[in-house]
Design a binder for this molecule. Structure first.
Ligand code: ZN
Length: 247
């Protein structure tokens, strides 16, 4: 019997509190904005954790990294609140410069132990061709923090009592097992994405068209118009398990 039939794919809407971890200030909206707005509409508490300050996210050399970080913090606050987030936490690393995995795992574990989420969302670090170190390391460190957070002797920064996270949802994934109907929350997601105005100095039509096209593709044959695709795993499958890839 396949493990999936036995354990089942965890349902995000069973959570009471969801921690949405993003490497940069706009990743949650782009990858899972419709899902986050849907969860918030069910009175599920949404907490954001942003790992870096987004300070290199421009091609305009006249904008200083410090000014850009400040602008992006404001954009992220408005955007996350628009989707229904009640709390925004920041690790404050410089964009493009997250620390090595062990330090990052300890920091994220510290947040998990304080926030005590029932589910965690994060970009899939096993996305083939993902070249951005911030994304790979944030995904890996978050997955590791979810596994280790429940072990009292595992070190976190700051130290806090252990907390086990039952499920992790990876967005921007090529191996989805969950398709969330975002028809009702699509316009809210797109408004939230557009609030990151510094990221779309031009080309909004192209990005909105692409997001719309992908959402329609994910929804095909499922009885709704637009979907976001995630890989949701029981945390226990994030270590030493051969069924996780096809789960
Ligand atoms: Zn990013």
């Amino acid at each position: 019997m396949p493990l999936k039939d036995f354990l089942g794919v965890p349902r995000l809407d069973r959570a009471k509190r969801v921690l949405c971890v993003q490497p940069h200030p706009d990743d949650n909206e782009l990858g899972a904005g419709g899902t986050i707005a849907w969860l918030a509409s069910l009175d599920i508490e949404i907490v954001y954790l942003t790992v870096t300050d987004g300070s290199i996210g421009t091609q305009d050399p006249s904008i200083s990294p410090e000014r850009l970080a400040e602008t992006r913090r404001g954009e992220a606050e408005r955007s996350a609140r628009h989707l229904g987030a009640s709390q925004l936490l920041w690790l404050g690393y410089r964009d493009g410069d997250v620390p090595e995995e062990r330090e990052l795992t300890a920091r994220i574990m510290g947040v998990i132990r304080q926030v005590k989420p029932d589910a965690v969302l994060v970009p899939d670090p096993w996305l083939p061709y993902e070249a951005h170190r911030d994304h790979r390391l944030t995904g890996l460190a978050t997955a590791a923090a979810c596994i280790l957070g429940g072990f009292p002797h595992a070190r976190s920064g700051p130290e806090a009592p252990p907390h086990s996270v039952p499920m992790v949802g990876f967005y921007c994934t090529t191996r989805p097992n969950t398709w969330i109907n975002v028809d009702a929350t699509w316009s809210r997601k797109m408004e939230a994405v557009r609030m990151h105005a510094s990221q779309f100095p031009e080309g909004w039509a192209m990005i909105s068209m692409y997001l719309d096209m992908k959402a329609r593709e994910f929804a095909q044959g499922r009885g709704f118009t637009r979907a976001e695709a995630l890989k949701v795993l029981p945390t226990i499958l994030l270590h030493f398990n051969v069924d996780s890839e096809g789960y």
